[in-house]
Design a protein around this ligand. Structure first.
Ligand code: PMP
Length: 397
């Protein structure tokens, strides 16, 4: 039956990790990952999460099914985090939120919903974008086009190009936007630029689909949600938000995310939610209990929420410190052209290193990065920073 199935190419990033694991050299560093590591090079278990986990273990609750759209304590807390507790949209009942299997699940379920609502629309993603954006929307049957975003010459946003491309899109086009901590470039819009994007989206009658996978990883919970808050205040009738707790709660494998659809009215939101539930039912039936209970347990306790915010701040500040440290140390090697790394946001940086330089980093220095030059700043720590900087300084010479 499967004789005609050909070998499908594997994910290049996962392939890189396999090569890293097999590398016997001591002092090797993997900057190819998409994970936050702590100062000791481990994926942290947040103290707030552990406290909920310990309480849950004592209770040993039965593992029944969750509702199709998830745990209400989780989806309600998510709405407040994403839209802000005082959001008029929430008060008006215009937001329909479902717990999903990670941010990826939110993107896919959202894509399936859009395919039913807007079967002929195209989807526009940033150039470049997280590789899976194209994969997910293609898989849901959409044609995916690019809009200008990254400017390699300035290591910043090509903002005039971005606006020009958005202005060329047909009404009804879905525009995928990264709320903050753009993956893979680390280059974000300012609040002022977001206002202009909102105006174009409104004027051109585009449908914004905001992907927020790193809320709290750059400036803070509310600041990092600026894009969501501006769209919410814009008077635009409908938009979509996919959010993920993988990074902000360090719960990668628990697959915790959510899909929020803003409808024009409460009634529209209810109708959309009924369709979202039908879609989820046809894919995985209902989300997973454990991760949802962990996030809900933290967000719904004033004490644990405060602890989590403190831990989130620690993660964010460590990333900023690594960016600053890298820039400062590279400058002492005479490489002052990397100052842009400090202006970028989140876990990733488009370092400007080319493929040949990335190959040399791996072959000569056991430092693994992606061929595009994307590095994970959150994999740096005080033990590996000097080595990484010295290696970078060597390969750019
Ligand atoms: N969107 C972006 C931009 C991401 O970087 C990621 C995770 N790498 C996701 C969505 C998906 O997150 P999750 O792991 O929760 O599925």
């Amino acid at each position: 039956h499967f004789a005609s199935v050909e070998m499908t190419p594997g994910d290049p990033i996962l392939g890189l990790t396999e090569a890293f694991v097999a590398d016997p050299r001591p002092g090797k560093v993997n900057l190819g990952v998409g994970i936050y590591y702590d100062e000791s090079g481990r994926i942290p278990v947040l103290r707030a999460v552990r406290q909920v986990e310990e309480a849950l273990a004592k209770e040993s609750l039965p593992r029944g099914y969750l509702p199709i759209d998830g745990l209400p304590a989780y989806t309600q807390a998510t709405q407040k985090l994403v839209f802000g507790p005082e959001s008029p949209l929430l008060a008006a009942g215009r937001v329909a939120t479902s717990q999903t299997i990670g941010g990826s699940g939110a993107l896919r379920v959202g894509a399936e919903l859009l395919k039913k609502a807007l079967p002929n629309a195209k989807v526009a993603i940033s150039s470049p974008s997280w590789e899976n954006h194209r994969v997910v929307f293609n898989a849901a049957g959409f044609e995916v086009v690019d809009y200008a975003y990254y400017d390699a010459a300035t290591h910043g946003v090509n903002f005039p190009g971005m606006l020009a491309d958005l202005n060329k899109l047909e009404p009804g086009t879905v525009v995928l936007l990264h709320a903050c901590c753009h993956n893979p470039t680390g280059v974000d819009l300012s609040a002022e630029q977001w206002k202009q994007v909102v105006a174009v989206v409104k004027d051109r009658k585009l449908l914004p689909f905001i992907d927020m996978a790193y809320q709290g990883f750059d400036k803070g919970i509310d600041e990092d949600a600026t894009a969501v808050r501006l769209f919410a205040a814009s008077g635009i009738e409908s938009f979509v938000v996919a959010n993920s707790y993988s990074k902000s709660f360090s719960l990668y494998g628990e697959r915790v995310g959510a899909l929020s659809i803003v409808g024009a009215t409460r009634d529209e939101a209810l109708r959309v939610q009924s369709l979202v539930k039908r879609i989820i039912r046809s894919i995985y039936s209902s989300p997973a209990t454990h991760g949802g209970a962990l996030v809900a347990g933290v967000l719904n306790s004033a004490e644990l929420r405060a602890l989590w915010e403190q831990e989130l701040t620690e993660m964010r500040e460590r990333i900023h410190a690594m960016r600053a440290g890298m820039v400062e140390k590279l400058a002492t090697h005479g490489a002052s052209q990397f100052s842009f790394i400090q202006k970028q946001a989140g876990m990733f940086s488009y370092s400007g290193l080319n493929k040949a330089q990335v190959d040399r980093l791996r072959e000569e220095h056991a430092i693994y990065a992606i061929g595009t030059g994307r590095i994970c700043v959150a994999a740096l720590n005080r033990n590996n920073l000097d080595n990484v900087v010295a290696a970078v300084a060597a390969v750019i010479r």
